[in-house]
Design a protein around this ligand. Structure first.
Ligand SMILES: [Zn+2]
Length: 448
């Protein structure tokens, strides 16, 4: 994260976007998690790039960050086509076909109050239709965080721009099954992968599950590990019609809101980033209709980032395999989003220096869901704690733009060990070559 640069794959995906801005500036914005210095054209380009990379299975920032970028742009240009149209699922190539049925985004709510307001609109619609409000049913389902697709029984389509998508029926030809041994033709759903299976069998080879979803529908040959995951039933197409749910009255929903949300949020073993609530009555659906972006009878409930103010105890330098020294802030242990956080990585030593990260500084730490916590800002600076020498080989550190670097390329134990760790990690499937044993090897003088 400290040394973010677009890689070749990302650059090739971006070529199709015809983005005409200085990519360096986008890299800096992503690296420093700051968009203040981008002009409108650059910000729009950043949105397009981040969205395309996310949809292609090579995400570069957290979803919550993308939402922030998007809001920043929308606040200035609410009527820009990028804001008013559904975000498109970009594939790097291939023709699009009309979807059998429009696939819209889902409106979002972040509090029980917002959900209650949405329920009021449903009750109002019921009254207008002379439907007994006691008969209104609300269905609550997990919001799967997979790859959106539509199965019409013959073909499988990506969501595309919501109106036109790509034919990715090849996923079924590769053996992809419908979840719960369901039938084909159940409409909209998501391609998902079992979280436990991913952790056990694929996490060494793929950075995240999104890369696998992209591989399943890829035009070229599929990775054999992905084919195996399909055969093992770990990757499935999950139609929304089949997903676990809670169905009940609006009164019961509000009376036991937290429990119902919690139960449904954790009902499946796939990545979930919220729950979806919807009215089931077809007359109400028809009456409420849709905006250009989403159905009014449906809403997603999500949980906002949780933030905490945390005091820094000290800043520990860690020399990476490239020689760059990463600052890690040791924190007064603090609970945030259900976990105790005691350290967080600072982007680079220039940030430590300019923002005053040192003993006694107060940081605002943000954690969205189960994602690694990040520094949002420095609330109270202190004297920055900056090392003079490499913590591993004691060489005098030098500045290279924003970074402190250990110049000892040939004989720095940390660089050697981390290079070996990286080598075995990239190779994968090598028992016995974890960091501990590699440290032993390095201590015995093994360098290459
Ligand atoms: Zn060193």
């Amino acid at each position: 994260m400290t040394e973010f640069k677009f890689n070749d794959t990302q650059l090739s995906i971006m070529q199709d976007l015809e983005v005409d801005v200085d990519l360096n500036r986008l890299e800096v914005a992503i690296r420093n998690n700051s968009i203040e210095e981008l002009d409108d054209e650059e910000l729009l380009a950043l949105l397009k790039v981040v969205n395309a990379l996310y949809r292609s299975g090579f995400p570069v920032v957290e979803d919550s960050l993308y939402d922030l970028y998007r809001e920043a742009f929308a606040s200035k240009h609410p009527n820009h086509p990028y804001i008013t149209s559904v975000e498109s699922e970009v594939l790097s190539s291939g023709k699009t076909v009309a979807l059998p049925q429009k696939m819209l985004s889902t409106d979002k709510a972040y509090s029980k109050e917002e959900i209650e307001k949405w329920l009021d609109r449903i009750l109002k619609a019921a009254e207008e239709l002379n439907i007994d409000t006691k008969a209104i049913e609300i269905r609550v389902t997990p919001k799967l965080d997979g790859y959106a697709a539509y199965d019409d029984g013959e073909r499988l389509y990506t969501r595309g721009d919501g109106v036109k998508g790509q034919d990715v029926s090849r996923a079924f030809e590769r053996g992809l099954k419908v979840a719960k041994n369901g039938e084909r033709g159940l409409g909209a759903g998501e391609i998902v992968i079992d979280k436990a299976y991913f952790e056990a069998n694929l996490s060494q080879f793929f950075e995240n599950s999104r890369n696998i979803q992209a591989a399943i529908i890829a035009e070229k040959n599929v990775d054999e590990r992905v084919l195996e995951a399909i055969n093992d039933g770990a990757c499935v197409f999950y139609p929304f019609a089949l997903i676990d749910d809670w169905v009940g009255s609006h009164v019961d929903l509000i009376a036991d809101f937290e429990n119902i949300i919690d139960k449904i949020w954790n009902a499946v073993g796939y990545d979930v980033d919220g729950v979806i609530l919807e009215a089931t009555d077809s007359l109400i659906k028809e009456h409420m209709g849709a905006t250009r972006k989403f159905h009014r009878w449906q809403i997603a409930f999500k949980i906002n980032d949780e933030a905490a103010e945390v005091e820094v105890i000290s800043v520990t330098p860690q020399t990476s395999r490239t020689g760059r020294v990463t600052p890690v802030a040791e924190l007064v242990p603090t609970r945030i989003s259900g976990a105790t956080i005691s350290r967080v990585t600072v982007h680079h030593y220039n940030m430590v220096k300019t923002n005053g990260v040192g003993p006694g500084a107060i940081l605002q730490i943000v954690r969205s869901g189960l994602v690694i916590p990040k520094i949002e800002k420095v609330i109270k600076p202190a004297d920055p704690q900056i090392p003079e020498s490499c913590p591993s080989c004691q060489s005098h550190l030098i500045w290279e733009s924003d970074h402190l670097v250990c110049p000892n390329k040939s004989d720095c134990p940390a660089q050697t060990e981390n290079t070996l760790v990286h080598f075995f990690k990239t190779l994968g499937n090598n028992d016995g070559f974890g960091p501990k044993n590699i440290e032993k090897l390095a201590n015995l003088g093994i360098r290459h």
